[in-house]
Every structure is written in C-alpha cells, then in structure tokens.
Design a protein around this ligand. Structure first.
Ligand code: ZN
Length: 351
C-alpha cells in the first residue's frame, strides 16, 4: 500500500456548522494540508443532496474528486470503496448513517483522513471514531477514524425527515444514563471513569435539555445546537477511547431489541425510550428525560415503536448479555417482574 503521511487524529480539528458550509469544502482540505484526490462516499440520495455539490466545489478549487456510491454499510461496500479510493488522500462521508460509517471505516483501513458531512443529525455516530458495519450479517461497532473535520449544513439537516433529527436528540439525552452507569461501574467494578469524557457527554445532554424548544422546532438554529451536542458527544467517546460515556444500559436494551426483531425503531428513539427505564432503575430523574423526549416528539411509549410489552421486557431482561464486560445498572440481569414494574411505573406501558 502507498505510504500515507497523515497521522491518526484523536480529535476533530475542524468543525463548521451553519448555512452553506459546503461551499468551503476545498478551503477545508487546504487548511488540513490535503493536496491530493478526494473520494466522496454517498448513497444515491445523498449524492443528490450534497455529494455532487461537494465534488463541484472541490473541482473548482483544483481538487480531483470522485463520487463513490454505496448501498449498504457492510464489508462488501467497504471493500468496493477501498479499491475505488486507493489513490485518494481523503474520504468524505455524506449521509445520515451508512455512507458515513463506510467512509469512516475505509479511511481507517487506508490510513487517510475522513471528513463527516451529515445530511441528518440522526445519531452521535456522525462525529465519533466508531463505525457501525455489518460483518457477516451482524451489526458490529468497529474502531475507525475520528473525523478530521465535520461540515454540517444546518439548512440541509433541518430539511431531513424530522423523525431522524429527533432521534439524534434522543440518542444524546441518553448520555445521562450512560454516564450514571459508568460511575456505577467505577464503584462496583473498579472501572476508571475519565472525568473529562464524562463531563463532555453530560454537557452535550444538558445543552439539549436547556434548549428544548429549539430542539422541538428543529429549525436551522435548533439543528446547530443539536449538531454541537453530537460533536461534543463524539469527542467524549474519542477522549474516553471507547463508547462508554455515550452508551450504557439504555444502549444495551436498544441493541437487545435489534437482536430480537429487525430494527423496530431508529437507534436514538430506542435508546431514548430505554433511557427512561434505565434512569428509573438508577434512581435518577427519569421524569426529566421522559418530559424532554415527549416535548420534542420522540417516542416515550413502546407502542410508538411498534413494540409490545412482551418483546420490550424480553429485550430488557436479556440486555445484560449483549456486552457482558460493560457493567451497567442491569448487573447480571434483572427479573421479568422488576422489568415489568419499571416499565409500568415509567408509563412505557400502561398497567
Ligand atoms: Zn447511540
């Protein structure tokens, strides 16, 4: 493989959030010291939303740019991009999820920088160093590149389906229970909490709670607040060197749901809902989380995700098996009786 001279960046060094930020794509490459060819990873929708525009801006700025279309976030698409981008010095990932995951992971394999261009603020993966890739039919969270830059066009993102952006806000608010679990693991298992990472993750969640009306309205101004929180959350994971500050029992329950039935809801929707129950189990302010989610229009009842009581409770009672090394309030599993009581007390189900 060609020797590349770009060091692995721990933290995102350039963040541009606002209207028309894609116009600065060539300038961003220059600031990062990138001179060569760019690969722009899109799906067929995000190519039209932003991919072509970035290619045009880069070409006007004397950069060569290839649009690389993917269909899924799986190893076959990673291999395809890896071959097509063999000469590239940078990869853009343009999308809500899949193109970003593929670009992020392929950039890691090629040891070149990755630039994240979210077209929706649907989860905190748009600014994290982990990629969700399907490996042999199983969704896996793989270590990848932290984006060297994030370019978030707030008017583009605010015109994304509202449900996607609301889901992103719910994902960030679930940091509250994730951090509670981290401190619990410190007390019970002697795991070390990285204080700065924990504070960054909480800061992201608190910021959304403070700006609840802006988030509910999801206009460009609210999208800006949400994107800043998403980047803070991604940074918290980069600082921690793991997803710990943004992933506790609520994420285990969401993954458990995914394993029982293919994608009942969006990642953030499931994590937000599960965060209400997790906060209840932790003795934390579950009402505050529930009120916020209800205010912004995120699901607060399992029925809104098409999940019945039996399936949800099965997911909760089996969640501790998803990632046994990650200690959470679920411990070595909670009983069906306790799960049902918690789900009813928090009105995830009506008794
Ligand atoms: Zn998440």
């Amino acid at each position: 493989m060609k020797e590349k001279s770009f060091p692995h960046t721990l933290l995102t060094s350039l963040v541009s959030i606002g209207e028309d930020v894609l116009d600065s794509s060539a300038e961003v490459l220059r600031t990062l010291g990138i001179t060569g060819k760019a690969g722009i990873v899109c799906d067929s929708i995000t190519r039209d939303l932003a991919g072509r525009k970035i290619a045009e801006v880069l070409e006007e700025g004397d950069y060569q740019a290839d649009i690389l279309i993917i269909t899924e976030a799986d190893m076959a698409n990673v291999e395809k991009v890896r071959e097509e981008a063999a000469e590239a010095e940078v990869l853009f990932g343009v999308g809500g999820g899949r193109p970003i995951d593929v670009a992020k992971y392929t950039a890691h394999l090629l040891n070149i920088p990755f630039i994240s261009v979210p077209t929706a603020a649907s989860h905190d993966g748009v600014a994290s160093g982990r990629a969700s890739i399907n490996v042999e039919g199983r969704k896996s969270s793989l270590g990848a590149r932290v984006p060297a830059a994030v370019l978030a066009d707030t008017s583009l993102i605010s015109s994304a389906p509202r449900r996607l952006n609301v889901s992103g806000a719910a994902d960030i608010v679930s940091n509250i229970t994730a951090v509670n679990d981290w401190y619990l693991a410190e007390r019970i298992k002697g795991e070390r909490v990285h204080r700065v990472a924990a504070e960054l993750a909480l800061l992201a969640a608190r910021r959304l709670l403070q700006c609840r009306d802006l988030i509910r309205d999801m206009q460009p101004e609210g999208v800006k607040v949400l994107m800043e929180a998403i980047i803070l959350s991604g940074t918290s994971m980069a600082v921690a060197g793991s997803s710990r500050p943004a992933s506790g029992a609520e994420h285990l329950i969401s993954h458990s749901l995914d394993s029982l039935r293919p994608s009942p809801g969006l990642h953030g929707e499931q994590c937000g809902l599960s965060s209400i129950l997790t906060a209840y189990l932790q003795g934390a302010d579950w009402r505050g989380i529930r009120d916020f989610l209800e205010h912004i229009g995120a699901p607060v009842k399992a029925v809104e995700l098409g999940v019945d009581e039996e399936l949800f409770l099965k997911a909760v009672t089996e969640a501790h098996r998803i990632r046994p090394e990650r200690y959470t309030i679920l411990g070595d599993g909670i009983t069906l009786k306790a799960a049902r009581r918690a789900a009813r007390a928090t009105r995830i189900f009506q008794a």
